[in-house]
Every structure is written in C-alpha cells, then in structure tokens.
Design a protein around this ligand. Structure first.
Ligand code: ADP
Ligand code: MG
Length: 462
C-alpha cells in the first residue's frame, strides 16, 4: 500500500481534482496574446493568489498597474484564463507592493548609471534584420520609405514624421532602419510607447523624473513606436507632450508610428494630436499581390543565404502564399517559414495541397474559426433561411442560390476538399460543389445582387 504519496504526487493529485490553474502556462499564453512589449511591461508581474470556482484573485504590484491593466487588458486576461479553466467568470485584483528596488536602482556613489538608463539600453538596440536595403518598396509603401530615408540625410525636414498602417505592414521595420542607418553618427532613441509609459511610471515612483526627462530629451532622433498605446493618464500625456515639444524645439527629429491616423487617436489630448499631425503624416497601405510576391521572394533569398541552404520553391507556392495570407506581411512571412521548414525536411518544394495542409491551422487561426458549418449558418441567416432549408434537397432558386453561395464560400475560405464540402451539404457529390463554384463565379461578373450578397458575407466572414 502506498498511502504516503510524495509531495509532488499529492500536488498533482490536487491539481487534477480541483483543476488548479497552471499559472506558468497561462503566462505563456499571455505572452502570445499580448506580444512581448505589453507582456514585459504590464502582464509579467501579475500573479495568481487564490483560485475559486468562478473567479480568481490576482495580485499586481501597484494601484496604477492595476488600473492600467483593468482598463485595457482585463477582458483578454479573462479569456486566456478561461482557456485553462472554463468556469472562471471574473477577476479580482489585489495590490501587493513588491520590493523591486534592487532591480530598479543601481545607484552607488561611483556608479552613476540609473535604472532608467540601464533598463532602457536594452530597448534601443536595433535589430540587424530590418534594414532599408531589405525593405521591398512598392506603390503602397513608397512614400513612407522615401520619407524615412530623407530623415537620415536631413533631420527636421518634416517634423514629426508620422507613419501609420494596420498591423504587420512594415512600420517597425522602417523605424528600425532609420536607427541602423544613423545610429553611429547621431543619438537615436527608439522605444515603443508601451515601454515609454512603463519607464515613466517607474521614474515617477522612484523620484527620477528629472533623469527621465533629461534622458529622452537628449536625443537627436527620437523614434516612438505604436503611439496608440499612449492613452488616458493625464500626467503621462502631459510628460509626453513636453518631451515632444522640447525635442522639436531643439531641432531633434521625432518619428512616430501608429495603427491609425492622428485624428483617430481619440484617447490622446487634442493638442498632442494636432502637434502630431503638424509634420508629415503618411500611411502604408496593404501591399498589392505583386508586392506581396516580391517581399516573399526577398525573404526567401535572405533565409537561403543566412542558412546557406539551397532549396527551391515553385513559383506556384509564392503565388499561393501571396493570395492566401493577406492579413499582414508578418503572417505571410511566418507562413513562408513554415513552408521552408517542410521543404528542408522533405528536400522538395511542397505542392499546393501540401501547403494547405502545412498551413491549415495558420490559415484557420488567421481566419478565426471559419469552417463549413460556420459558413452555412452565416449564409442561412443572411438569406433568412433556416439551416435545414439550406441543406435540403429542394432546388427552388430561393434555396439553390444561397446554397451555391455557401459552397462557393466554403471552397474559398476553408481548406476542406471538394468531396468533403459536398458531404457537409447533405452528402452531395463533389461535382455539385464544382458546379456551384463555377456558377457563382459567373454570376459575380454579371449579377449585382449576387455580388453584393457575396461581398457582405465575406465581410462578415473575415
Ligand atoms: P508593423 O510594425 O507595421 O506591425 P513590422 O515592421 O513589424 O510591421 O513588419 C512585419 C514583418 O513584415 C517584419 O518581419 C518585416 O520585416 C516584414 N515587412 C513588412 N514590410 C516589408 C517590406 N516592404 N519589405 C520587407 N519586409 C517587410
Ligand atoms: Mg510594429
């Protein structure tokens, strides 16, 4: 009889029985969900204190951090925790001041390095991978590229330079390129707005505001990434505004990136917004398919060179990637990497069918959870039908058209095979699906109603 269990076994047992949350696992998920910057700045120090059936008690180091997290990240935090324990419905926060002085202040008589400088040093090291010479230029990003280059030659030509685009379109790449280009000759600071705020708070807490100000105001080129994260908090906006003005007054170049134009930064004070819009404002548009293919090929060559490998990819594969993964360049490059891992192992270029398989979860996660059933439901409700009608054998046009549209969308937006799609429509043959796809393709060219319906459905789908 082994009635004496080791401590670890007991813990495991308890964990199983009470479904205790594995916090390290949750932290990993946070990192994925929020990205490194937000994670490092705000989320990392959240600890789990108590766990109940329907809620958890989390501890955070300060009131400020709590307010910050609650106002911005609470929903997502809850979502992530729910993936580990379904029954959790709310969060409670506890403020537990921690003694983080030791890692904050390195302030001996001789050693005058302050925490600010010390920890910031890590944040404007430029990545050697994102340079001007490997930024592929096309119609959609040409202006941003040219403006960024100009700044390196002639500072304060337009000040500030404000670049915006949706995520993964190359903003950080361009900002980083500026740093690499002039980092040796000028004092360049490159920091994300999240980090800026984090240091602001720390400085405030440690009475280091004077240092903080001096530090940032000493830049010749001040680059701040993802400004949309500066919002709320009057004191911080105040500080940001003054830093910003001080820099511009002394002729330093300011470069800002954002996911939206200045006018849409509605959490930011009006005077800051108008100051930001007062220089040159440029957007990067999503790349067209030609530029997407060129970027893929350029990345491909780079990877080949870095790893001194000699594999090849069929032209078709580039086209497939460029047409399938359009949400962001980052996603597209990520997909390319996966394909390359495959061709390395199999020493051949994958077929399109294999590409679909390799990227299955990629494409799916990209498109949330689009599957055939989801599409059927969407189409049925769009046309005011119930799902039985949509799947029924009846062939009246009022049912057949929506059904064909659903098949068409299923073919386009899922990785299911034609026979598979047929099966999911009450065991229809795959030739019926082919016919439906053809029919809708034709109608899209000449029938306005169909075109509008399909466009509306696609919008809902993506
Ligand atoms: P953002 O900051 O706009 O979210 P990033 O600068 O992080 O986007 O770009 C995402 C990825 O796409 C990076 O790997 C970057 O190198 C790449 N990328 C974006 N645009 C280009 C381009 N025009 N040429 C080459 N690579 C690009
Ligand atoms: Mg970025």
């Amino acid at each position: 009889m082994t009635d004496i269990l080791s401590k670890q076994n007991q813990d495991n047992l308890v964990a199983k029985e009470e479904n205790l949350i594995n916090w390290n696992e949750v932290l990993e998920k946070f990192k994925k969900t929020f990205g490194n910057d937000i994670y490092e700045s705000w989320i990392k120090n959240v600890k789990i204190k108590k766990e109940f059936n329907h809620y958890v008690v989390l501890s955070v180091p300060t009131r400020f951090v709590r307010d910050w997290i609650v106002s911005r990240y609470a929903d997502k935090i809850l979502d992530v925790i729910k993936t580990s324990k379904q029954s959790i419905q709310r969060l409670e926060f506890l403020i537990q001041e921690t003694q983080e002085k030791s890692d904050l202040l390195i302030h001996t008589a001789k050693n005058k390095i302050t925490a600010i400088e010390n920890s910031l040093l890590n944040y404007y090291r430029f990545s050697p991978n994102n340079r001007f010479d490997n930024f592929v230029v096309g119609e959609s990003n040409e202006l941003a590229y040219t403006a960024a280059r100009k700044i390196c030659v002639q500072s304060a030509h337009y000040n500030p330079l404000f670049i915006y685009s949706s995520v993964g379109m190359g903003k950080t790449h361009l900002l980083n390129s500026i740093g690499l280009e002039v980092g040796d000759t000028k004092k360049v600071m490159f920091i994300s707005a999240e980090r800026f705020m984090y240091h602001f708070v720390r400085a405030l807490k440690n009475n280091e505001m004077v240092k903080f100000k001096d530090f940032f105001r000493g830049a010749n080129i001040f680059i701040i990434d993802d400004i949309q994260f500066v919002n709320g908090k009057e004191a911080m906006q105040e500080e940001f505004f003054h830093t910003f003005n001080a820099l511009i007054e002394r002729g330093s170049q300011v470069v800002i990136s954002s996911d939206r134009p200045p006018s849409s930064l509605d959490k930011i004070q009006e005077r800051i917004r108008s100051r930001m819009a007062g220089g040159l404002v440029i957007d990067i548009q999503p790349p067209d398919s030609d530029l997407r293919i060129r970027i893929l090929k350029s990345k491909f060559e780079e990877i080949k060179m870095n790893f001194k490998e000699n594999y090849d990819l069929n032209e078709e594969v580039f086209k497939f990637l460029a047409s399938e993964i359009t949400s962001s360049i980052r996603e597209m490059v990520g997909a390319l990497n996966r394909i390359l891992a495959f061709s390395k192992i199999n020493t051949k270029s994958p077929t399109i069918y294999e590409c679909k398989r390799i990227l299955k979860d990629f494409i799916n996660s990209n498109n949330k959870s689009i599957n055939v059933e989801f599409i059927q439901n969407l189409v049925a409700s769009h046309f005011n039908l119930n799902i039985q009608e949509l799947l029924s054998p009846r062939r009246s046009r009022s049912l057949a058209r929506p059904r064909q549209i659903a098949m068409y969308l299923a073919k386009q937006h899922t990785t299911n095979s034609l026979p598979d799609i047929g099966r999911k429509f009450s065991n229809r043959d795959h030739t019926t699906v082919i016919h439906a796809v053809k029919k809708i393709d034709e109608l899209l060219k000449k029938d306005n109603d169909i075109r509008e319906s399909v466009a509306a459905l696609k919008k809902k789908l993506l």
